[in-house]
Write a protein that binds this ligand. Structure first.
Ligand code: 5GP
Ligand code: ZN
Length: 112
């Protein structure tokens, strides 16, 4: 747990969120400002901000997060498809410096 990190606090249950899934290394909850009908944030409990901080262990962790998204997509209302987004840094508009995968769907998503 890193002080003053909103996603660490959500993972620890110190800030309320609409969680749809949790296990020992992962939490998935609804984005507070959804950009699609369904907008989830899939967050590793391990605090790091950037893919440049990946280690072998973290790379395997991220792989498992994506496996879990694929496993649970139907119960999360994403059976017709979904989009994953990882914002990295200023130009991408990353606002929370705890790595997270946006999971978007529930409708046809614009592309272009
Ligand atoms: P980023 O811009 O860093 O890729 O994504 C951060 C996301 O976190 C944004 O989509 C924003 O709406 C969401 N967010 C920020 N604060 C909170 C919060 O306190 N609760 C929830 N559920 N989502 C949050
Ligand atoms: Zn954090």
């Amino acid at each position: 747990m890193t002080d003053n990190c909103i996603f660490c606090k959500i993972a620890a249950g110190e800030i309320p969120s609409q969680k749809v899934y949790e296990d020992e290394e992962t939490v998935v909850f609804r984005d507070i400002e959804p950009k699609a009908k369904i907008h989830l944030l899939c967050v590793p409990k391990d605090h790091f901000a950037y893919l440049s901080e990946l280690t072998e262990v973290r790379a395997r962790l991220l792989g498992r997060l994506m496996q879990k998204i694929a496993e649970h997509k139907d119960e999360w209302g994403l059976s017709q498809g979904y989009r994953l987004v990882i914002n990295q840094g200023e130009n991408a508009g990353q606002t929370v410096n705890h790595l997270h995968i946006h999971v978007l769907g529930g409708e046809t998503l614009e592309w272009e």
